[in-house]
Ligand binder design. Structure first.
Ligand code: OSB
Ligand code: MG
Length: 367
């Protein structure tokens, strides 16, 4: 395909409730969207980066600049672009995986729309619906947390994930476990702990958790090996896993026995599939993480989560868990599942009225 035009939209979508993690609290999701036109066909990609560089070094404004200055010019200059060729085309830019993933998603969407193929078919989905969990932020107090969790249980979510940090861990986990009984439960620390906390973290073992996600800084694979050796709860890496090679290395070293796959974090859906395949051949279960995606990223994540190695419920919650209105048709939970879209490309359509309504800047148009 020839890429004729790339438009970058930056929007701000209000969240239905503040989302607090060990690294910060947000009340709005700022989203960078890439709209490509290739051989007359539209494709859309969502950037998972946040407003500030707190989950990773990438952030919305930085991604927009990297795309505008370094990545888009390469795409616009190439004669024949395919999603599979982007890795090579972008090889001159080090890192910036979330920025690269944004364009990859848009190109893949256009490519698939032009042939009438769905994301699920292209990525290798083997299910038509996926089991959904929900990621629950840090609350002002335990009662508020319990009320929020009970709401999600009533809606049908099949797994609860609690955000934890020092000072907000054993008690909320114990209280939530009491309330939800045997419903699957896991925790996510977003790098908030150090090796000084190993004895403390071992006390989580009594709650029968599915896993503990990313307790230590992303660069410290060795610290995760030490924890994994001294705790019963499986250790799962999120932030640390940025490529297939790093995933294999972390698994072989014993740092992670379950892997959180987020396409944005690893540079795109094709790398996400490659990590899935590697984990599968090593018998390591994976699950689909989330970054508070709009319907665009959610549609693609749900397709990915339908691959055979995705053995645990994902952070693929319904649109209503995040937004009163979504930028596409909303994803609605049915008995704890979301359906994999079957239409061409992502299978969802962008609502241009809301794109304008939520715009934070004038769109950047590159051709
Ligand atoms: O660590 O998984 C994470 C959201 C933003 C940044 C990092 C994370 C998260 C979530 C939310 O946990 C998952 C979701 O529901 O999209
Ligand atoms: Mg995480």
């Amino acid at each position: 395909m020839r890429i004729e035009r790339i438009e970058l939209h930056t929007i701000g979508m209000p969240l239905v409730r503040p989302f607090e993690t060990s690294f910060g609290r947000q009340t709005e999701r700022q989203v960078l969207l890439a709209h490509v036109v290739a051989d007359g066909v539209d494709g859309w990609g969502e950037c998972v980066a946040g407003t500030t560089p707190d989950y990773s070094s990438e952030y919305v404004d930085g991604c927009r600049i990297v795309i505008e200055r370094f990545l888009a010019p390469v795409l616009l200059a190439a004669n024949d672009v395919t999603a599979a060729a982007l890795d090579g085309l972008f090889a001159g830019v080090i890192g910036h995986r979330m920025a690269k993933a944004t364009l990859e998603a848009a190109v893949l969407d256009a490519e698939l729309r032009s042939t009438g193929t769905s994301f699920g078919e292209r990525l290798g989905a083997v299910r038509d619906r996926v089991e959904c969990g929900v990621s629950v932020g840090i609350s002002p107090d335990i009662e508020t947390l319990l009320a929020e969790v009970e709401g999600y249980v009533d809606e049908g979510y099949r797994r609860i994930k609690l955000k934890i940090k020092p000072g907000w861990d054993l008690e909320p986990v114990a209280r939530v476990r009491e309330v939800i009984g045997s419903l699957p439960l896991q925790v996510d620390a977003n790098t908030a702990y150090t090796l000084d906390h190993v004895d403390h973290l071992r006390r989580l073992d009594e709650f029968g958790l599915l896993l503990i996600e990313q307790p230590f800084v992303e660069e410290d694979i060795a610290a995760h090996v030490l924890l994994a050796d001294s705790i019963e709860t499986p250790v799962c890496l999120d932030e640390s896993i940025t490529s297939t090679g790093i995933a294999i290395d972390a698994i072989e070293r014993g740092a992670t026995s379950i892997v959180n796959i987020k396409p944005g974090r690893v540079g795109g859906y094709l790398e996400a599939v490659s990590i899935h395949d590697a984990c599968r051949s090593l018998d390591v279960p994976v699950w689909c993480g989330g970054m508070l995606e709009t319907g665009i990223g959610r549609a693609m994540n749900v397709a990915l989560a339908a691959l055979p190695g995705f053995a645990l419920p994902g952070d693929t919650s319904a649109s209503g868990r995040y937004f009163a209105e979504d930028i596409t048709e909303p994803f609605v939970l049915d008995d704890g599942y979301l359906s994999v879209p079957t239409g061409a490309g992502s299978g969802v359509e962008v609502r241009h009225d809301l794109l304008r309504h939520w715009a934070l800047t004038e769109p950047v148009v590159l051709s």
